[in-house]
Write a protein that binds this ligand. Structure first.
Ligand code: BGC
Length: 762
């Protein structure tokens, strides 16, 4: 074993209760004045009032009708309303009213709740409203529907991601909704996972950078500004690593992997100010995350010094009984969850957990210190959001809600996300004067461009689509004119509809744009048993290819569905992800050359289901030392993405060849646009530890920057690295650097990266 330099061994303060001295509070980033106010309220609260603050219910629980029934307006049930708002004094509410409410309707809902909570209860504590505004303020009528997170990750543009969160916050607050159950900073470790669209992809560094950018945009300079919302990072931890790729499946994550890959995004977003964390519904190593005290109390609240609210996922305390079989009844489940460190229990339908908390505290099975910690955190977030002063705001104060400006920015985000994966003989851009056949399941659907969490949970309802938004077909038709275009769907998601008509039309066309993809889905409905795109959709491509016409394959999907058999039949492949309401327009502008594509894949696109690894796997995963037939051959590599121009990298240099663990190193490279049109390039810097006791990753991303270059222009891109960038988790499960050689590799295309070696001294 080599001599190792241990990093980050500063003593972590294990604040499992609220820091009490002013010094501790300031050191923890808390506002002492607010802490005094919280302590004053706590002193006056009864145990039952405290337990009430720890409950989050679903809005339909206090509306007339059944929880899941569809409504056309929100009518409070006076008995239920009084019970939950005044008697229980519920701390938090989430979910929609069961129809798509506009900002005015939301305002009425929130105002009614807040007026009652603040004027008709003993202590006048406002309710904390949380909502899943996943890609834009998607549950508010009229709001802009931005690209899903996976598409934002594909922009590799932190500023755009930050702006997406700003717009989401603004439009969310226009409806008086101050807390957003987003961003999703799960590591998408399994390509089968149905919620990849909601994530920033597979890479811990990219996820961490985007998660922090999102947090910054959501919080702005102060959460007291009623244009900003608080984030809720989710899901802590390992949701995207389910062993079998199914929703909420058990993940196996050894401590070194947890620390190396899964924790850094949370650490970074918490450092950026995140004040909410939602616990993952799955189990890790067989332990349901909701009862994992080591994860929640020791690591999240201790090591990461998280001072915000830890909320359960939907019904997850109940699921400890029903799904995990880890607790015999709800009382035991509540005890396990609260003692593990849960502050707010999302028990949508009733207040049973409140009774249990009271009983458990009276029987000393949950300590009062733990309950006070939980309530302190809930009240702290309410103060941080200034809800005691401004519990709701008039929609009139939000003139930019659904504005043209926001739509244009939305278009910009989609344009920078869409990724050109293949372009044989520059078949793209297409010529608008040529006759085109547009076909495929995804060609004429706004719902598919948006995916789940779009007006409804699954996003499949066409009633709520904005008729002014263009599908891919609409946008191409606008570009080439009706006479130059033929359209037929060809298939639905899994079945042939009219592929024979598509084939006839292909004969008449000069080129073919075939748009394939996934039915909108999330959570359980997004489970699949097969990573390949459904057969019927692939067959369509096979049939269309017989005429040897230029064929462009457009993929409208969250996760990377296998296309091995049809990929060679396509001259160009464009990954659209789930680009949102402006995606049709943005895609057409790329196909016809108005926009130069600049997206890069935020995950590895597998070619074979039996060869699905993240790009940062270990050499031993593929063991191609002695056996020539084995190896790593994805369809497309992480970070891949072409442009209509070309870039050349040269003159890689560092200011030193070796450094000690206390030094920094400056890395520079020249990037030139060698083509004849302006373009954006993502400069990606990867690092490889050549020898490490714990087998090193083949490479990992350590820096990136997106730059804009005019034809012929050269820019020098600099990155500063510190010793901790060279560290990985060692045998003792701590970050350390082992002295020795490291390889830095820079480029914008996996096949064209250039290298430089540096040495870390003792
Ligand atoms: C999802 C969460 C979501 C919550 C509240 C759960 O089913 O897993 O991501 O925030 O519901 O809607």
């Amino acid at each position: 074993m080599k001599k190792a330099i241990l990093l980050f061994c500063s003593v972590f303060l294990l604040w499992n209760c609220a820091p009490t001295t002013v010094e501790h509070q300031q050191a923890a980033g808390l506002d002492p004045e607010t802490e005094v106010k919280i302590a004053e309220i706590l002193k006056q609260m009864t145990l039952r009032e405290k337990a009430g603050q720890m409950l989050n219910i679903g809005l339909p629980t206090i509306l007339k009708g059944d929880y899941w029934s569809e409504r056309d307006r929100a009518e409070f049930d006076p008995v239920k309303f009084r019970k939950f708002i005044q008697k229980v004094g519920v701390g938090s509410i989430h979910n929609t009213p069961g129809y798509l409410a506009d900002p005015n309707a939301w305002f009425q809902i929130v105002k009614t709740i807040q007026d009652s909570a603040m004027l008709k209860t003993r202590l006048g504590i406002p309710v904390l409203y949380g909502i899943d505004n996943i890609h834009g303020a998607n549950y508010i009528k009229g709001s802009v529907l931005l690209p899903q997170q996976i598409a934002l990750a594909a922009t590799w543009n932190r500023a755009l991601c930050e702006r997406s969160a700003e717009i989401t916050s603004y439009e969310s607050r226009a409806a008086s909704l101050p807390w957003n159950f987003n961003p999703n900073i799960d590591i998408a470790a399994n390509p089968l996972w149905g919620r990849i669209a909601e994530s920033f992809g597979e890479d811990p560094y990219l996820v961490a950078e985007m998660g922090a950018a999102y947090t910054k945009g959501s919080h702005g300079t102060s959460l007291k500004n009623p244009k900003q919302t608080a984030v809720c990072l989710k899901h802590f931890i390992g949701y995207g690593a389910g062993k079998n790729g199914k929703d909420r499946a058990n993940a196996l994550i050894p401590e070194n992997s947890l620390r190396q890959y899964f924790l850094p995004p949370f650490e970074k977003a918490i450092a950026a100010g995140a004040k909410g964390v939602m616990i993952s519904s799955n189990a890790v190593n067989g332990i349901p995350c909701h009862i994992n005290k080591t994860y929640i109390t020791d690591i999240l609240k201790g090591e990461l010094q998280f001072q915000g609210v830890v909320i359960s996922d939907f019904s997850d305390v109940e699921f400890l009984v029903k799904a995990h079989h880890s607790a015999e009844n709800l009382r035991e489940a509540t005890k396990l969850a609260v003692n593990a460190g849960l502050d707010l229990l999302m028990n949508p339908y009733d207040a049973k957990v409140v009774d249990h908390i009271v009983d458990l505290a009276n029987n000393k099975e949950i300590s009062m210190a733990r309950i006070d910690d939980a309530v302190t955190r809930v009240l702290r977030l309410k103060f941080d959001l200034n809800l005691f002063e401004v519990p709701y705001s008039s929609p009139k104060e939000y003139p930019e809600f659904a504005s043209q400006k926001h739509s244009e920015e939305n278009y910009q985000m989609a344009s920078e996300a869409i990724t050109l994966l293949k372009n044989n003989e520059n078949v793209l851009p297409l010529d608008a004067s040529k006759k085109v056949l547009v076909t495929g399941y995804a060609a004429h659907s706004i719902n598919m461009l948006n995916g789940a969490w779009s007006r409804t949970f699954l996003g499949r309802d066409t009633r709520y689509n904005d008729p002014t938004k263009l599908t891919i077909l609409d946008a191409i038709q606008k570009e080439v004119g009706k006479a130059n275009l033929n359209y037929v769907a060809g298939t639905n998601y899994t079945e042939d509809l009219n592929t024979s008509t598509a084939v006839k039309m292909a004969k008449e066309a000069d080129c073919i744009v075939v748009c394939l993809g996934e039915i909108p889905a999330t959570e359980k409905p997004s489970d699949i048993n097969e990573l390949a795109l459904p057969k019927a959709q692939q067959e369509l491509v096979k049939k269309l290819a017989v005429y040897n016409k230029p064929l462009v394959l457009v993929l409208v999907q969250g996760r990377p569905r296998i296309i091995r058999e049809i990929e060679p039949l396509a001259d160009a492949v464009v990954m659209a992800y789930l680009p949102g309401d402006e995606g049709g327009r943005a895609l057409s502008d790329i196909l016809y050359g108005k926009t130069n594509p600049s997206g890069k894949l935020p995950y590895t696109y597998p070619k074979y289901s039996g060869n699905a690894l993240p790009y940062f796997h270990k050499k031993t995963d593929i063991r191609d030392v002695n056996w020539a037939f084995d190896g790593f051959y994805p369809q497309y590599e992480f970070g891949q993405g072409l442009s209509y121009t070309s870039f050349a990298y040269s003159e890689v240099r560092t200011d030193k060849d070796s450094l000690s663990s206390s030094e920094t190193i400056n890395f520079e490279v020249n990037v030139q646009n060698t083509g004849n049109r302006a373009g954006k390039e993502v400069v990606q810097l990867f690092l490889k530890d050549l020898i490490a006791t714990v087998s090193p990753d083949v490479k990992r991303l350590v820096r990136f920057e997106k730059i804009n270059l005019q034809p012929g222009e050269t820019q020098t891109v600099s990155f500063q690295l510190q010793a901790k960038d060279f560290a990985s988790i060692g045998l003792e499960n701590k970050w350390l650097v082992e002295p020795g050689s490291f390889q830095l590799t820079v480029g914008g295309h996996p096949k064209k990266r250039i290298q430089k070696e540096v040495f870390i001294k003792n």
